[in-house]
Design a binder for this molecule. Structure first.
Ligand code: TXA
Ligand code: MG
Length: 362
């Protein structure tokens, strides 16, 4: 299959009088209406879209990504009224969340209506719904006149794509079209909140943090599977079960954590020297504050501790770089688990297969 790749400018998108851009949206919309697949930018990461109400389109998405078909997709909408067509019930807490955080990087899990095929929901009776804020995503949904089922547009197991080039690396020849809208803003996938139970529960942390949700809700729970206790089972730096490896680079990634930042730097430098002696290609994922303190074959900054959104933005593209540079071993600094740090650490810990080194214990 030939994959069409088209660039559209984010800004021009606001005015709808550009002939060439209109044609790009029309082409993409037709592909979706015909049951094909189009990758497109959202504010979080690039999505791989198909018509959410067509079971064959969802099957194609699973095949293109190499994703197990019991892992449900998120349905993207471009207006509030769409929720009523997809969700069997809209609880009061959901309305509060929709008013505060939509359009934006938040996905809500509802009980589904019958029109949503089980292929889209991975066999579940619930449906994940998101109203993205990105103008390209919204215009695509509006032009096609369909709801778009879209997981992140990466091959299953690889880091989520934050540029159209990442999508092309993973999916060229497997999908019909890629709309290139430049690098995304946020860089981490949406916050997923289950609103089907008594208390809203965060299933995946994201840019909308627990703290932000607590500002508008009485109570928020966090799924234990993304909490500390789960991580601590795997503290020893040995290869964990494959079920934990998600965004994993090909090299071995270790997170290094400690209360004293200088000690973390010293520890990483010692480990780097040791690995280099053993003939390994070693990378350090540092921060703007520490980058000058490291030795290594490759030292990169993931962003500034003063602005964790810069870390979120760079995270997946740095993990991909570790593969293109064919690094054997990677040491990465850790972050606090508060605010956006919770989502950053969730992704880093998954990528590291929960391999952590604690300098306080050494
Ligand atoms: O930011 C995002 O959410 C991006 C962009 C493209 O919108 N999409 C994304 O999709 O990250 P994906 O498929 O990579 O992740 C969706 C997650 C999966 O972990 C899936 O298991 C969960 O959402 N999910 C989807 N439907 C669900 C449901 N009904 N119940 C529980 N979890 C669900
Ligand atoms: Mg994904």
């Amino acid at each position: 299959m030939d994959t069409i790749i088209k660039k559209v400018s984010y800004k021009k998108n606001i005015c709808k009088d550009d002939f060439f851009e209109n044609e790009i949206y029309e082409t993409a919309a037709q592909i979706l209406k015909d049951g094909g697949l189009v990758a497109f930018p959202t504010e979080t990461v690039y999505g791989l879209g198909g018509d959410a109400l067509k079971s064959t389109a969802s099957e194609k998405i699973y095949a293109a990504k190499g994703r197990p078909s019991d892992n449900p997709l998120i349905v993207h909408i471009a207006d509030f009224a769409a929720v009523e067509r997809l969700a069997a019930e809209i609880p009061e807490v959901a309305k509060v969340l929709m008013e505060n955080f939509w359009p934006g990087p938040m996905t809500l899990i509802f009980k589904k209506k019958d029109i949503v095929p089980k292929e889209t929901t991975g066999g579940l009776d619930t449906v994940a719904v998101r109203f993205p804020s990105h103008p390209i995503a919204r215009r695509l949904i509006e032009t096609a006149g369909v709801y778009i089922a879209a997981p992140s547009a990466n091959a299953s197991g690889r880091p989520s794509p934050t540029t159209a080039q990442h999508v092309a690396e993973d999916l060229t020849g497997r999908i019909d079209m890629i709309i290139d809208g430049g690098p995304v803003e946020i860089g981490l996938e949406s916050t997923i909140i289950d609103v089907t139970g008594d208390t809203p529960t965060i299933l995946r942390p994201g840019f909308i943090t627990k703290e932000m949700l607590e500002d508008v809700l009485d109570k928020v729970e966090v799924d234990p599977a993304i909490l500390e206790e789960h991580m601590h089972e795997n503290l020893v730096a040995k290869a964990p079960g494959m079920k934990y490896r998600h965004y994993a680079p090909k090299g071995q990634l270790y997170l290094v954590e400690g209360s004293d930042a200088n000690r973390v730097v010293e520890q990483i430098n010692e480990l780097v020297a040791m690995q280099q002696t053993a003939g390994k290609k070693v990378a350090v994922i540092a921060t703007d504050e520490t980058i000058q303190d490291y030795q290594g074959d490759m030292v990169v900054s993931i962003g500034s501790r003063e602005d964790e959104s810069s870390v979120a933005h760079a995270l997946f593209s740095i993990l991909r770089k570790m593969d293109t540079e064919q690094v054997d071993v990677i040491y990465c600094e850790s972050f606090t688990r508060a605010n956006l740090g919770q989502a950053i650490m969730n992704r880093l810990l998954k990528a590291a297969g929960y391999q952590m080194i604690h300098t306080d214990d050494v």
